[in-house]
Design a binder for this molecule. Structure first.
Ligand code: F3S
Length: 284
């Protein structure tokens, strides 16, 4: 029996980089050590980090109270206000903002300072968008989630206008927004800032599941990207199983199974993928 683990299973480049930067600080013993928001959406990982002494700061008010130690900024990035608070308080900053998100900050900061009206395709309540909005500073800024919303906020046709997107924004929806944007504005500037990590993971899972006799999707129950992966695999492969850790691994050996595929959501650490993979190789 063959076992194939998807190459894109688990952490994307940005999350892996952020985890490495945080673990570096833990290994060096640089305490007190904080992350602004949980470093990833995985309770097991966050609890484990807590045992190692890494505390999560959940609000700007709590951040203001930190006057010593190190704060790690996670992949989503933050606006200039957060850097200012930490600098004023003399706190050491480890900036694990994903370089793809950093690039959006640079783009919007430059365009905003040139007088552009900024349009951001994304979810206004998401921390990544809040950080991007911070870098738009005093420029007119609108966050839109689809083409209809864009119609509602479009202003003067001659105005300089720039459109960017949240890194995880839906590609198809962005295309629709761009179409309306370019048709409606004479001085439009579109920068496609969508990151392909999510799409690549989903495409690879789809292909693997279409060949596999059984498919295992590893990830947190509350992780929406893992649920989505599960649905994609289930469409291709009836015997698709969702596991959070090795403990809830329930499926048994079956002679009909010749190929097992394994994939994992964006917040699943490598060691859990490895454990499941070893178990499958041993038991099947
Ligand atoms: Fe990951 Fe950075 Fe893309 S955090 S999903 S590589 S924008």
């Amino acid at each position: 029996m063959e076992v194939i683990v998807a190459k894109s299973a688990g952490f994307c480049f940005g999350v892996q980089r952020a985890m490495d930067m945080l673990m570096d600080e833990v290994d060096k013993g640089n305490f007190p050590l904080y992350t602004y928001g949980p470093i990833i959406h995985n309770e097991t990982v966050v609890e484990d980090l807590n045992r190692k002494g890494v505390r999560v700061i959940d609000s700007l008010d709590d951040l203001r109270k930190i006057t010593e130690g190190t704060v790690v900024i996670r992949t989503h990035g933050v606006g200039p206000e957060v850097y200012k608070i930490l600098e004023d308080n003399g706190v050491n900053i480890i900036d694990a903002t994903c370089p793809f998100v950093k690039k959006i900050h640079e783009t919007v900061r430059k365009k905003a300072s040139e007088g552009y009206h900024m349009y951001i395709a994304g979810d206004a309540s998401h921390p990544e968008i809040q950080g991007i909005m911070g870098w738009c500073e005093d420029a007119k800024t609108d966050v839109i989630s689809d083409a209809n919303e864009l119609y509602e906020v479009l202003s003067d046709k001659d105005e300089l206008s720039c459109l960017v997107a949240q890194t995880t924004f839906n590609t198809k929806k962005f295309k629709d927004i761009v179409e309306v944007f370019e048709k409606s504005m004479y001085n439009s500037n579109v920068v496609n800032t969508i990151c392909n990590a999510t799409n690549e993971r989903q495409d690879e899972a789809r292909q693997l599941a279409s060949r596999a006799d059984a498919m295992i999707v590893i990830g947190g129950r509350n992780s929406s990207n893992t649920r989505k992966l599960y649905e994609i695999c289930k469409e291709q492969c009836e015997r698709t199983y969702f596991v959070q850790t090795l403990e809830d691994f329930a499926f048994r050996r079956d002679d009909d199974i010749k190929l097992i595929g394994i994939t994992a959501g964006a917040s699943t650490p490598k060691n859990i993928i490895k454990e499941v993979q070893n178990h499958v190789r041993r038991e099947f």
